[in-house]
Design a protein around this ligand. Structure first.
Ligand code: NDP
Length: 390
């Protein structure tokens, strides 16, 4: 990266997988970045340790019950400790030059919107926020003149591939998908999947929720919705292609039939580095791509019968209104219940589908409508899970 100015950085979800990868990159380039705010949900110890290591100005813990612990851990430092969802928003309003939105789930929506309102650069990993409130977030970003940089490896690949042209020249976007750990499993075998098997992704090392989403392929469904908001070329022009090696992270086909793609080892630090240094490039210690060693790249169409989450997400966009928010909320609750052993693997998508079919709220017009739909969908999903508990 060029330039001598230090960029101020805030990381929401600093203790998670994406947050840690971001901090790894900052460790490699300490002269270019200074940390404004770091946040976590309940892991006060890890948060305090990171805040001290990076000399953050503010450390925010979302879970109020962990405030005393955080405060005690930071007692001998100049770092301010804060707690609760409102403190997350206040931290976002500090307006860092560059904010990483890496909270998992819709809990990241308000701080991400606040960061966008500041008109600076927001690197977006928190796809659930965009799924639930995509139109609102895109409007907010545009109104504030904020720069939204996609961090999800597929969307980052599309963003990079768009450097060779512009969105008006795009004919088709291909979102690649690894297919997850159960790509070749029969439906009967998938019925027996345990949480341990579901979180063990063959290519990527990620947090538990997104790993389960990858296993059901709901992750690709959420990414389809994400792509629909970030790259508005019409849903019918965005296709999903299973590519088990996760080397080609996505592709953009232009009107002249040239296709540009971004390739790299399956390491989230690569797309994060591209967003962190953007519009420059930074050095990383990530594994170089060794195509001779990989030998073969494979591709296949997704099996939407074994992985119905993709069609659910596509229908959710087509139906519009509050349906994507319902899909996301029901999925968050169903995945959490799967991880605690309360529902079986194949029930995750079934539950999401049944909640969408049973709940038809009025078209949301503002953020409070979205939150009401999210709250109601969560309550209905929890009630349904009580009924189907194994
Ligand atoms: P993790 O579960 O590893 O980390 C989540 C982070 O968010 C942690 O810092 C956690 O704090 C915090 N958090 C959790 N719940 C809340 C809450 N209610 N309020 C405030 N903070 C909260 O997730 P990942 O890093 O895997 O994923 C983060 C986001 O990035 C997700 O939206 C995911 O879909 C997306 N993403 C992730 C990728 C990956 O490789 N991991 C790839 C592409 C996208 P604590 O540690 O205290 O629980």
């Amino acid at each position: 990266m060029n330039g001598s100015e230090r960029r101020s950085v805030s990381i929401f979800g600093a203790t998670g997988s994406v947050g840690s990868s971001t901090l790894d990159l900052i460790r490699l380039n300490p002269d270019h970045y200074e940390i404004l705010a770091l946040t976590a949900h309940s892991n006060a110890d890890a948060l305090a340790q990171l805040a001290i290591e990076f000399d953050a100005q503010v450390a925010v813990i979302a879970d109020n019950s962990q405030y005393d612990r955080l405060k005690a851990l930071l007692a001998d430092t100049k770092i301010s400790a804060a707690a609760g969802p409102e403190a997350l928003v206040d931290a976002a309003l500090l307006a860092a030059d560059w904010t990483m939105a890496a909270i998992v789930g819709c809990a990241g929506l308000l701080p991400t919107l606040a960061a966008l309102r500041s008109g600076k650069t927001v690197a977006l990993a928190n796809k659930e926020a965009l799924v639930s409130a995509g139109a609102l977030m895109m409007t907010q970003a545009q109104k504030a003149g904020a720069t939204l940089l996609p961090v999800d490896s597929e969307h980052n690949a599309i963003f990079q591939s768009l450097q060779g042209g512009h969105i008006g020249q795009v004919r088709k976007i291909t979102l690649t998908a690894s297919g997850g750990p159960f790509r070749t499993w029969s439906k009967e075998k998938m019925a027996t999947v345990t949480p341990e098997q579901a979180v063990a992704h063959p290519n990527w090392d990620m947090g538990a929720k997104i790993s389960v989403d990858s296993a059901t392929m709901m992750n690709k469904g959420l990414e389809l919705i994400e792509a629909h908001h970030l790259f508005p070329i019409g849903l019918e022009n965005i296709e999903i292609l299973v590519h088990p090696q996760s080397v080609i992270h996505s592709m953009v086909e232009y009107t002249d039939r040239s296709t540009l793609a971004q390739l790299g080892s399956p390491d989230m630090r690569i797309p994060i580095a591209s967003a962190l240094a953007w519009p420059e490039r930074m050095k990383t210690d990530c594994m170089p791509l060794d195509l001779a060693k990989i030998g073969q790249l494979e591709f296949e169409a997704p099996d939407e019968e074994r992985f119905p989450a993709i069609a659910l997400a596509r229908n959710a966009i087509q139906e519009g209104g509050g349906v994507p928010a319902i899909l996301n909320a029901a999925n968050e609750i169903a995945v959490a219940a799967f991880l605690t052993g309360d529902v079986q693997f194949l029930e995750i998508t079934e539950i999401v589908s049944r909640i969408i079919d049973s709940y038809s709220p009025a078209e949301p017009t503002d953020l409070s409508d979205i939150f009401e739909i999210d709250r109601e969908a969560r309550a209905r999903t929890k009630a349904m899970i009580e009924d189907v508990k194994v």
